[in-house]
Design a protein around this ligand. Structure first.
Ligand code: F6P
Length: 491
């Protein structure tokens, strides 16, 4: 890869008149422009050969066949089956479970659980980020239910809702794959107590469990008829398509939820069936690998030039960093290359007045990704949207072109890469395709690096320590942690 890194972006544009056509792709109402990256024909051939040597085609087949791709946990990864693309048995199972979910969601909507105006969705990580991001992106404001997603164990997140919501008209979704996660159940206990204090007769009658462990939900007190299960082979951060999406389905309508799945399925078929050098998630992964490995970039920044997409960077942080932030290969050997870059980002144009200084003139090379939508999300003067999009495009152009000046304060080195992803409109289908694109890009990166993207053992140690701190049992605490505990609690 190193041999091809010498060309500057503007030289690549000068050499290749058809560069934009060659390195941009249309799929599912989304335009992906990779032309402002350092990809060129030689690099593409080299990376395609490398991908084939890494067995990317077989790995993709294995994913969709429902083979054991999560080797450390001896599981398949069945998220694509949730949207109808995968092994027949997995698709059938997902379809059955979805029919059950549809039945319950429609019954709630018809008043089976009483008059509902407020919905609280409790969950954390993959059990919260997806629903929160999709609701933010697609809500119009005139929905029948006011739905809030709460994840943090900090009561400051939950309390204002409990002050505002009517306990008698509140429905509670508890979203937890394992149905054991401490934060979620601290919050769930508080919601149940609040309902009791407000005089709700049967708080458990208003609780719906979204989980891959129905037995655990029954143990916690949820009636079997209000448990919406999903397959344990659907990973937490890939679970938005399963019953974890129930709050989306109830709030925005089941048709909207099915459109989300349909958009993702289109991207699945593209990823499964397209040749390596025309495969959009793989091309994106090529750019990631080039910058992460050949140019040693430690981070990648994502800026949503659309307020509706403001939670996408948060969502992608979990998807990419929890999947590919590993120091071990799928074979159990030490990983000897850089793992996932640190994913960060924000919203344009705000970010232009905060972090773009570093992107333009800092010493770090940060590949940037711009997300934008052609149709505005508001009815104010169209100038808002035109200026928003023009700012987005201008930033990509400026990062690439730079500007020479003898005064180093005013010199912009340029040659800073960016990818622009322009969605035709913000609807469920297009958003579904966008999320699936990122899932497959993450998988393609994992395949290229030889990582298993479907486990997350790295999150366990902190959870254990928190349990130890709370119980006071276990190993002797280090002096610093002991002191913090004394400062906070007095003993
Ligand atoms: O943080 C680790 C993790 O297991 C995530 O992968 C997951 O999305 C989150 O916790 C929540 O887990 P659960 O859905 O089991 O409550």
């Amino acid at each position: 890869m190193g041999n091809h890194s010498q060309h500057r972006l503007i030289e690549l544009f000068a050499e290749q008149k058809d560069r934009v056509n060659k390195y941009s792709f249309d799929q599912s109402s989304i335009y992906f422009d990779f032309s402002k990256t350092h990809l060129n024909d030689d690099l593409l051939i080299e990376l395609s050969d490398f991908a084939k040597k890494q067995g990317i085609e077989q790995k993709i087949q294995a994913l969709f066949n429902g083979d054991i791709v999560n080797v450390s946990e001896h599981r398949a990864a069945e998220h694509t089956a949730e949207r109808g693309v995968g092994a027949a048995a997995s698709v059938d199972n997902a379809t059955l479970l979805r029919a059950r979910m549809k039945g319950l969601v429609q019954a709630i909507d018809a008043g089976a659980l009483g008059d509902i105006a407020h919905v609280i969705h409790l969950g954390i990580g993959g059990s919260a980020l997806g629903p929160k991001m999709v609701l933010e992106a697609l809500k119009i404001g005139d929905e029948k239910y006011e739905t809030a997603v709460v994840s943090n164990i900090d009561g400051t997140a939950l309390e204002p809702l409990l002050e505002r919501f009517d306990a008698h008209k509140t429905l509670l979704f508890i979203a937890s794959k394992t149905f054991t996660t401490a934060e979620t159940f601290r919050n769930a206990d508080s919601v149940v107590n609040w309902m009791k204090q407000e005089g709700v007769n049967d708080p458990f009658g208003k609780i719906i469990a979204l989980t891959a462990d129905p037995d655990q939900a029954v143990k916690w007190g949820v009636d079997e008829s209000r448990i919406l299960p999903f397959s344990p082979s659907v990973g937490g951060r890939y679970s938005i398509w399963s019953s974890i999406g129930a709050s989306i389905a109830l709030t925005l309508g089941f048709d909207t939820f099915e459109d989300l799945l349909a958009g993702a399925a289109e991207m699945d078929r593209h990823f499964k069936d397209s040749p390596v050098d025309q495969n959009i998630p793989i091309i994106a992964a090529f750019t990631d690998q080039y910058y992460t490995q050949a140019r040693n970039c430690q981070t990648r920044a994502i800026f949503a030039y659309d307020e509706r997409l403001k939670l996408v960077p948060d969502y992608l942080q979990q998807l990419e960093m929890e999947s590919n932030g590993k120091s071990v290969t799928a074979n159990g050997d030490p990983l000897e290359i850089n793992s996932s870059p640190i994913v960060w980002g924000g919203v344009g144009t705000d970010a232009q007045h905060a972090v773009f200084q570093l992107l333009h003139q800092g010493t770090h090379l940060v590949p940037v990704e711009f997300l934008a939508v052609k149709e505005p999300g508001h009815s104010l003067d169209i100038a808002h949207h035109e200026e928003l999009l023009l700012n987005c495009f201008a930033q990509g152009a400026a990062l690439m072109a730079g500007k020479k000046s003898d005064d180093l304060n005013r010199n912009y080195p340029g040659d800073r890469p960016s990818v622009t992803i322009l969605m035709e409109q913000m609807d469920a289908r297009t958003l579904g395709a966008l999320i699936a694109f990122y899932e497959h890009r993450t998988f393609a990166n994992a395949a290229l690096m030889g990582i298993n993207p479907f486990d997350q053992f790295g999150v366990e140690l902190g959870k254990d320590m928190a349990r130890q701190l709370s119980s006071g049992e276990g190993n002797q605490l280090d002096a610093s942690t002991e002191q913090l505990k004394i400062r906070a609690f007095g003993s």
